[in-house]
Design a protein around this ligand. Structure first.
Ligand code: SAH
Length: 460
């Protein structure tokens, strides 16, 4: 492609072959080297596309006709797949998805981190990659026939009713729809975003896959719920699994789902669940992994990489509710966890207590400030685990790791791009990445988690 000239035009048709997938699941084709992104197309496929938008170095197209199908193409199992947007890869076989995620990790590590010579193991997927989510968080709207609970139609604020979400626990779908009908019968009106009027904003259901305990949360604009007693009584009777019915009041004009005020309408404040042998208390607002089966796979891998024998001091940075910290504390001498959200640390402390674990302590704060402070106090970790949000680790934290020199760093990541960037910094600071294990926590979406093991050079 010659510089400055765009070889394609808007609204024109082109016949192309797709070569790749973007990290958000679109097919990539090239016309004279100029990349075009087309949702719904798979690598290896040939088809006719229409250009819908041209940007400076790339364009977006729409698939008009598919001429050669990929062997990985399957009929999406979910009837609302095209409208919902929650999943991006249901048109690809599960094996194909796992291979595409593996390829993405290998390429990103090489391109962004210049990390080429590291074994990236095949992605650990689920045997049954459906109905894995333990939490449903469904917006409520109104149509002529009454309340609807479902999803925002793509690029709009209209809510489409959803009887079933195939990546959601069956009971969550059932409870959302039943709670919606009960609220409707008792005259609860849906919240209207534009007018900031009405009441019921979201219905949320959380389910402990091991304990079978469920929690129903009604997120409302008003403190008052009309006919509350009847509503609660009827919801309670839907299923013996329900252990908790909670109202969360969010009176603000915001698209943040939960408000600050939570009250228990019936039953317990917490439900419980297990990941491996560790028990977790889950409140309406607690963070808890949405796919605990694969979380166990991921954290087992982190634990395996940590290779603990009971004598080690371990730091778990970005520890959330302490899931990894408690996993590690089963095998380490002492674990320090640090996390920025105070409520998550309260949950972490509660979780340590209900599991009778005394060799773990938690601090609230920024990992990049607290860990340097610990270092200044003489804390030295043998193993340091990080599980940062998508933006990766703060540079100050990486520099402290390089100074503290733990023999092993176990990096758990939900974003291969920032993982690659941070691995490069650690490699330049004296570490060697020895292996990377991707894990599929969110089948049918483009997300991929990885756990990487780094060893201090001279200790490999
Ligand atoms: N390991 C945790 C989840 C980690 S998700 C678990 O299994 O529960 C990333 C976490 O990092 C979130 O809980 C987020 O609140 C926290 N976080 C974000 N920025 C942070 C920072 N600068 N310092 C410490 N924690 C941070």
């Amino acid at each position: 492609m010659s510089k400055g000239i765009t070889p394609i035009e808007k609204n024109e048709l082109y016949q192309v072959t797709f070569q790749d997938l973007t990290h958000d699941g679109a097919g990539v084709a090239k016309v004279e080297g100029f990349p075009i992104f087309v949702a719904g197309a798979l690598p290896g496929e040939k088809g006719t596309i229409k250009i819908v938008k041209v940007k400076k170095g790339y364009a977006f197209g729409r698939l008009m006709e598919l001429e050669t199908r990929s062997d990985d193409r399957v009929e999406p199992a979910c009837p609302i797949y095209k409208h919902c947007g929650g999943c991006q890869l249901q048109h690809m076989s599960y094996e194909g998805q796992l291979e595409a995620k593996h390829k993405q990790v290998v390429e990103v590590l090489a391109r962004i981190g210049q990390i080429q010579d590291v074994p990236v193991h095949p992605v650990m997927g689920m045997d049954e990659p459906w109905r894995y989510r333990n939490k449903a968080q469904v917006p409520v709207g109104e149509q002529e026939g009454g309340l609807v609970a479902g999803f925002y139609q793509q690029r709009s604020h209209d809510i489409i009713d959803m009887e079933e979400c195939l990546i959601q626990e069956q009971i969550n779908d059932d409870l959302v729809q039943a709670a919606k009908r009960i609220c409707d019968t008792h005259g609860v009106r849906a919240y209207n975003e534009e007018r900031h009027s009405g009441n019921l904003r979201h219905i949320m259901v959380r389910y402990g896959q091991v304990t079978g305990e469920a929690m129903v949360v009604l997120v409302t604009k008003e403190d008052k719920l009309p006919n509350q007693d009847q509503i609660v009584d009827e919801i309670r009777k839907i299923s013996p699994s329900i252990k908790s019915i909670v109202q969360n009041v969010n009176s603000k004009k915001t698209n943040v789902i939960m408000g600050d005020h939570t009250k228990v309408l019936w039953g317990e404040e917490y439900i419980y669940d297990y990941i491996g042998d560790i028990k977790f208390a889950i409140s309406a607002r607690s963070f808890y992994q949405v796919n605990p089966k694969q979380t166990k796979v991921l954290y087992d891998q982190a634990l395996k990489y940590a290779e603990l024998n009971g004598s080690e001091t371990v730091i778990d940075a970005y520890c959330g509710i302490g899931t990894i910290s408690l996993f590690l504390a089963q095998k380490a001498k002492h674990v320090y966890g640090v996390e920025i959200v105070p409520e998550a640390i309260s949950d972490a402390k509660r979780n340590a207590k209900i599991n009778s674990m005394q060799n773990v302590e938690f601090a609230v704060g920024e990992a990049e400030k607290v860990i340097p402070w610990w270092y200044a106090q003489g804390v030295r970790a043998d193993v340091l685990v990080v599980d940062p949000p998508r933006k990766g680790c703060d540079e100050a934290l990486l520099q402290t790791i390089i100074k503290m020199k733990p023999k092993k760093v176990v990096y758990v990541s939900c974003n291969p791009a920032t993982l690659a960037r941070d691995l490069r910094v650690l490699e330049d600071g004296g570490y060697k990445t020895t292996e990377v294990q991707p894990v599929d926590m969110f089948p049918h979406t483009t997300h991929v988690e990885c756990v990487a093991l780094l060893k201090l050079k001279g200790h490999e």
